[in-house]
Design a protein around this ligand. Structure first.
Ligand code: C2O
Ligand code: CU
Ligand code: CU
Length: 481
């Protein structure tokens, strides 16, 4: 047990420091056996504003414990926004301001971050800007990005991994006129699936047991929108799926059992310039990919499994699409989607270097902690001060010690969306060529990202989105001045 001191003098005990025996071979408990593809896919409810003013929609949420059925016949206690997992979906218009009033009825201090948002610093969910138990806080979101699939999740110092694992995550989707005008699948055919792996005890409770500083590995139940390996009945037409990987530590390689490619139309920061056809779609932690799947070629009665090619067996499967009815379809995937504003390399005023890597720590198991430029996160240390309006290049290196030790790091930068200039000197593949806010840098590799700091001054963070790496210090501050 690790004692954590949090703001306000409160102290909480959390089982986040695994013992040596955990690392040396204690097996995670095997979750109760669940039949695959029996539970229907759930679509999280869209939340409605409690009030709409001239320029602002006001929402109210309560974070609380809830007892829900995730595994058939068993009860699971979750931590949920309005008591559901995933939390309710926000569907907002780009350009229209939103205020979210969050009340914390949970036993821990919490923080809310809108992942992907261009948000003023005091509403961005800085890890020590906590809402204490019983307290309420307003977050203001200008929503001034183009249409894109974003999400919101907990971001409390040292406990983001635990809180998110317990259920504090949901979709935050921007729409805009350009996206509306495209003939893409809409309405009931625009579906947001939140993917997350979990382990359960025999009584149905969630088991949060990270493997030391490595993260949450070895989970044996795949959840989509909080349902185990669900089945989704579709018509023989095209659908838009907004996939989000909300797992703590697992990345996925998504593919269809039929061999049909996935057609990616948008990434973290919204629509790509053109659709990209991918036999396998990699989706690291916190990344989003909007994908069109057209089921019109399948005879009624067909079953198509969405697979995770990184694993075999049950965890190599995610959900199943059952083609059960015919419907007409007037949607289409246009050959051009959205022009990307240029962000030429020559416009950058400087390059900064960031090295994500392990550092020896004999108190940790395995005996490494994850740090950036050799430093643990310190809320009081600012590591970069870009000026408002500047364009910068950030060269991110994932350092593998002796070429062997190391892990992949999905690097996420708050406030900005960036473009990937190159990975190991090569231009990125087309599906990584649009606006991004999270990029997976495999161990031993390097990427150069270009970004412009706009709209807000203040202190923001960059971190690894392996939530256990984030919670064990792989995070840094930058301040826009
Ligand atoms: Cu999705 Cu700083 O996080
Ligand atoms: Cu973020
Ligand atoms: Cu990491």
């Amino acid at each position: 047990m690790l004692k954590l001191t949090v703001l306000g003098g409160a102290a909480v005990l959390l089982p986040i420091a695994p013992s040596l025996s955990t690392f040396l071979g204690k097996q995670a408990p095997a979750s109760p056996n669940v039949a695959q593809f029996e539970v229907p896919l759930a679509i999280p409810a869209t939340i409605e504003p409690v009030r709409s003013e001239a320029t602002t929609d006001v929402f109210e949420l309560t974070q609380r414990l809830a007892r829900v059925e995730i595994l058939p016949g068993l009860t699971t206690t979750i931590w949920g926004y309005i008591g559901i997992f995933p939390g309710p979906t926000f569907r907002v218009r780009s350009g229209r301001q939103v205020v979210v009033r969050q009340t914390n009825l949970l036993p821990d201090p919490v923080v809310v971050h809108q992942h992907g948002g261009l948000t003023p610093a005091d509403s961005d969910g800085y890890p020590t800007d906590v809402i204490l138990p019983g307290a309420t806080r307003n977050y203001t979101y200008p929503n001034n990005r183009p249409a894109s699939t974003m999400w919101y999740h907990d971001h409390a110092m040292d406990t983001t991994g635990y809180h998110t694992y317990m259920g504090l995550a949901g979709f935050y989707i921007y729409g805009d006129d350009l996206d509306d005008r495209l003939p893409l699948p809409k309405g009931e055919c625009d579906v947001p699936p939140l993917l997350a792996d979990r382990t359960f005890a025999s009584d149905g409770s969630l088991v949060f047991d990270p493997l030391g500083t490595i993260g949450v590995v070895g989970a044996d139940v795949m959840l989509v929108n909080g349902r185990p390996w669900p089945r989704f009945e579709v018509a023989n037409r095209a659908y838009r799926f907004r996939f989000l990987n909300a797992s703590n530590t697992s990345s996925f390689d998504l593919a269809l059992s039929s061999g049909q490619p996935l057609v990616q139309i948008a990434a973290d920061g919204g629509l790509l310039p053109a659709p990209v056809s991918l036999p396998v779609l990699p989706l690291a932690m916190a990344e989003r990919a909007d994908v069109v799947i057209d089921f019109s070629a399948y005879p009624l009665g067909s079953q198509v499994v969405l697979e995770n090619r990184q694993l075999t067996g049950r965890m190599g499967q995610v959900m199943r699409f059952d083609v059960t009815r015919s419907e007409t379809d007037d949607s289409a995937v246009p050959s051009t989607l959205r022009a990307l504003d240029p962000l030429p390399e020559a416009s950058a005023v400087r390059t900064r270097d960031w090295v994500f890597g392990p550092r020896a720590d004999s108190n940790a198991m395995p005996p490494v902690e994850w740090v950036i430029n050799g430093n643990e996160f310190d809320p009081d240390r600012i590591d970069a001060r870009p000026s408002l309006g500047d364009v910068e290049i950030w060269r991110i290196t994932n350092q593998a010690v002796f070429g062997l030790a190391g892990m992949d790091h999905p690097v996420h930068i708050h406030l900005v969306t960036f473009r990937i200039l190159d990975v190991d000197g090569q231009p990125p593949p087309p599906h990584l060529g649009g606006w991004k806010d999270t990029v997976l840098i495999p161990k031993g590799h390097q990427a150069r990202l270009i970004m412009r700091f706009t709209d807000f001054r203040g202190k923001y963070i960059m971190h690894c989105h392996n939530l256990e790496h984030e919670d064990t210090a792989m995070m840094t501050n930058f301040e826009v001045v």
